[in-house]
Design a protein around this ligand. Sequence first.
Ligand code: NAD
Length: 249
Amino acid sequence: MDRLKGKVALISGGARGQGATEARLFVREGAKVVVGDVLDEQARQLAREISGQGDARAVAVHLDVTRAADWRAAVDTCIREFGGLDILVNNAGIFNMSGLEDTSEELWDSIVNINQKGVWLGMKTAVPAMRQRGSGSIVNISSVAGLTGSTGSTAYHGTKGAVRLLSKAAAVQYAAENIRVNSVHPGLIATQMIDIIPPEQRQAFHAVVPMRREGRPEEVANVVLFLASDDSSYVTGAEFVVDGGLNAV
Ligand code: NAD
C-alpha cells in the first residue's frame, strides 16, 4: 500500500479494461488519478466509484488522444485538481486484425493516430508538467505485437513497434531530468479489445502460450504500478513483457 502516495497520475484510455484496472490500483496505492477517455460516461462512473467519500481521489476528463487540445486540457486538470503531474500511462489504443493489403488508408491513419501519434502527443504535453515537479514516470503500453510480427494486424504491429522505440528515444532524452520512460508489452489480455478475435483462434492461441492462458488486466497493472512508482527509480528505456512466456518461445 501507499506505493504511489502523494503522486498524481493521468491514464489515457482509462475508462475500461487495463486502464481502468490501473486507475483502481493506483488509487488504492495512494495516488490521485485523472481518467482520460473518449468514453465519457464510463470514465465519469469509474472516477465516482474509485473516488470514495470525502476528498476526490479520481476525476474524469474527455480525452481523445489524437487531439493536442484534449491533452492540454487533461494535463491542466491534473494541475488544477491535484496540484501537478507525476505519472502518465499512455494506455489508449485500438486493435485491428487486417493484413497489409486489406488495410485501407483510413484504417491505417486511425490506428497510427491513436496508437502512435497519441503516445507522442501525450509525452509532449506531460513532460513540461513533470519538469515542474522535478521528476516523472511515463509508461507507454505497447504489446508483444511491438516485438514480433504475425500473419495479420499490420498497422497494429507497426504502431506498437513505434511505441517501443519512441519510449527509448524519450527515455534517453529526459533521463537527466529524472523523467523515466518505459514500455510495457502485454500478450493476450482478457479485455473487450480482443472480443474481435474469433473464439477458435483465441483457443488456439492458448496452446501456444507457455502458461496456457490469457493474462488478466491486474497482471499487467502490477507491472505498470512498479514502473510508475519509485520502486523502479533506476529503470528507464526498458521494455517489460507481460505475456505468460509467449515471447520466449
Ligand atoms: P480496451 O479496448 O478495453 O481499452 C482501450 C481503451 O482505449 C478504451 O477505454 C477506449 O475507449 C480507449 N480509446 C480508444 N481510442 C481512444 C482515443 N482516441 N482517445 C482516448 N481513448 C481511446 O482494451 P485494453 O486491453 O484495456 O487495451 C489497453 C492497451 O493495451 C491498448 O493500448 C492495447 O493496444 C494494449 N494491449 C492490449 C492487449 C490485449 O490483449 N487486450 C494486448 C497487448 C496490448
